[in-house]
Design a protein around this ligand. Sequence first.
Ligand SMILES: [Zn+2]
Length: 288
Amino acid sequence: MPELPEVETVVRGLKKTVVDKQIKKIDVFHPKPLVNTNPVSFNRFLQNEVIRDIRRWGKYIIFEFKSQKHLVVHLRMTGKFIFLPDLTLGKSNQSNVRKHIRLHMQFKDKSYLLYQDIRIFGTFKTYATGEPLSEYHKIGPDPFSSQFTPEWLSEKLRNRHLAIKVLLLDQKIISGLGNIYVCEALHKAGINPFLPGYCLNKYQVALLISAIREILKQAIEYGGTTISDFSHIDEHSGQFQQWLKVYQKKGQLCTHCNHAIIVSEKQAQRSTFYCPTCQPADKQTVNA
Ligand SMILES: [Zn+2]
């Protein structure tokens, strides 16, 4: 599932390629991603619109049009945008890529933006001019926003008995983080993933925030992490997987302490990877 760095990579790719383009038409091949419209209305709503800007909000991708209409996309598990300067190029040398295309936007300059989604959990939601975007209220602050301070996070973790790893995955507390970067950030900060939220002291909270930002920044620089099928809009892979220290490194030597072996345990139905030496458990550590 794309996390913040992967979505940011997609947004940067889209900004470079489709901003200022005018939509000629949209063909929808599967209606499921459209959450508040149907294929005919969707095409009518965006036909002739010019894309003014594209930005990220947590893991949401926001298309802003010159008319002030908006389109908010969430890629979920397997959603993917592919930009093609013209469609014949895609047909001739990338036939495998043409599967699972759920819709495509055709621009006036004959280029295309394809939306591919194998499992179709991704969502497209339209907003009329002036309509407030409900996504802004659904999720917590972005890790790069000025709101995400040690004081703010300490307050959010106060009285929380759930494990810190589970709390960091909660998009209502902080947006954009998933399993990969939470495991990596906790390792970098030397915090045990099973430690209850309320047990983190101010020093640990500050360390955690800078670890989260550093890991995300580095992952964005490397174009995200490609574990299964994430790719850029030009179909290149991310490269950050080469720099992962704990995620999917079970049984390997920890490169930080150089003497412990990375372990993996189930935590709230997800695999948690950590180093028992760099991230020691203490008596407050919980099993959930
Ligand atoms: Zn270690």
